[in-house]
Write a protein that binds this ligand. Structure first.
Ligand SMILES: [Zn+2]
Length: 434
């Protein structure tokens, strides 16, 4: 068993050294020898590169022949037989959910598990995500677990547990009667999977409240009740235009971005009218909506794997539409790639069990027509841009956090290699090694 010293203890130790008048020695630099390195900004793969890390950030990157002689005295990590790339970013997760194929799965978690218990399970989920090579995640709502995502993020940032850098959205918003738990006796006060709110003024207050308690992003549910008519996937829209605009306006006014769950074309159209920053799922996206996405630079986070994963179970539970949606999303995704819609990698992990590796999303993206390099960019530099964090994460460049992973072989030849990440470093700390 390794003994972990929380970062907060380390900080205290350093500051006590400083107070006795001694100078703290800078940490020993690390030199990573990279056999191949994926330059996600240039969209190319480079041979025999080297990375120098000082503390938690990258100091230098370049050809091994130039960098290595300058880095004497560094601790060497030899990845010369591997492909090295930036830590991956999953833009759509639910760390406080443990799979919800059916409504019963979902209700059981909200009814039988306390928020404390769910937060303990979330600490396991974030560790699994990190070990799979995801060094950052945008967690898109706690599904009834209030602000527990803010607590998990804090525990990670203070070094008590290992986990990705989290961008959290706390409780998400939907309107009365439009989100589980539903179908129980009116005599019972049931827990809500989101923050239920109606009316523009109340919405503004709730957005302020979520930001006050630590939301980085605001998430809302634009639609529900999906159905196919004339070949298009439609849906019922949850908020009035005035309400949806209030969500976006207030979030933007406070310097935060907005993600909208929108599956049917009606829900997507309404979310685009409101001015959201990312469309989640988007199965019913058509060419007209794609043109608006491209024009306004809105990101699409398609979450393909989860749709395929839950389809059989939901069809068996009486909702065959989920199987149709798998085909519709395949077509929409191919079209979106051709049209140049900005795509951010997102999986909805938590919507499926955390024991499934969320990197399975990549194989679907490639099968549906995306080039492997573009798929990797969607989970690195593009995701970081959506998160307004491109100066910190998403590339292996000087000044960025040393969030670095490695795989055997070349993922550009076989994208499923990303399901077998062998080395993970986050902020200069080795989390997983060969
Ligand atoms: Zn989700």
């Amino acid at each position: 068993m390794k003994i972990r010293i929380p970062a907060v203890v380390t900080i205290l130790a350093i500051s006590s050294t400083l107070s006795t008048g001694q100078t703290a020695k800078p940490p020993q630099p690390i030199l990573i020898k990279a056999g191949r390195l994926i330059d996600v900004r240039g969209g190319r793969i480079l041979d025999r590169q080297a990375i120098v890390i000082q503390g938690d950030r990258i100091k230098e990157v370049g050809p091994a022949g130039e960098i290595e002689p300058r880095a004497s005295g560094a601790r060497v990590i030899d990845l010369s037989g591997s492909t090295v790339l930036p830590g991956m970013i999953d833009c759509h997760t639910h760390i406080l959910l443990q799979g919800d194929i059916t409504a019963e799965d979902y209700d059981e978690q909200l009814l039988k598990e306390s928020i404390a218990f769910r937060a303990i399970r979330a600490t396991v989920a974030v560790r699994m995500g990190l070990m799979n090579g995801f060094t950052a995640m945008r967690d898109l709502e706690t599904e009834g677990a209030m602000y527990a995502d803010v607590d998990v993020k804090r525990a990670i940032n203070l070094g008590y547990i290992d986990g990705p850098r989290l961008f959290v959205s706390t409780r998400a918003l939907s309107a009365t009667g439009m989100y589980p738990l539903l179908g129980y006796s009116w005599e019972l006060r049931m827990p809500e999977g989101v923050q239920i709110v109606d009316g523009a003024d109340n919405i503004r207050k709730v957005v302020r409240e979520q930001v006050k308690y630590g939301a980085d992003w605001i998430k809302y549910y634009s639609d529900r009740r999906y159905y196919v008519k004339d070949g298009a996937l439609h849906s019922w829209v949850n908020f009035t235009d005035e309400e949806a605009r209030a969500i976006v306006e207030e979030a933007h006014r406070l310097g935060h971005k907005v993600a909208a769950h929108a599956i049917g074309r009606d829900g997507i159209e309404a979310a685009l009218r409101a001015g959201v920053d990312s469309i989640e799922h988007g199965d019913g996206m058509d060419e007209e909506l794609m043109d608006v996405m491209v024009k306004r630079g809105v990101y699409w986070c398609p979450t393909i794997f989860v749709g395929a994963y839950v389809a059989e179970g939901r069809a068996a539970a009486g909702a065959p539409i989920w199987k149709t949606m798998v085909d519709l999303e395949a077509k929409a995704f191919s079209k979106g790639v051709k049209k140049g819609v900005k795509i951010a990698f997102g999986t909805d992990a938590g919507g499926f069990a955390w024991t499934e590796n969320e990197a399975q999303e990549f194989a679907f993206m490639v099968r549906y027509g995306m080039e492997p390099m573009k798929a990797i960019q969607s989970a690195t530099i593009n995701a970081a841009t959506l998160l307004d964090a491109a100066n910190d994460i998403g590339t292996i460049e000087p000044g960025r956090y040393a969030d670095i992973i490695a795989v055997d072989g070349n993922p550009l030849d076989n994208i499923t290699l990303l399901e077998h990440v062998k080395f993970v470093m986050k902020g200069g700390k080795v989390i997983k090694q060969y």
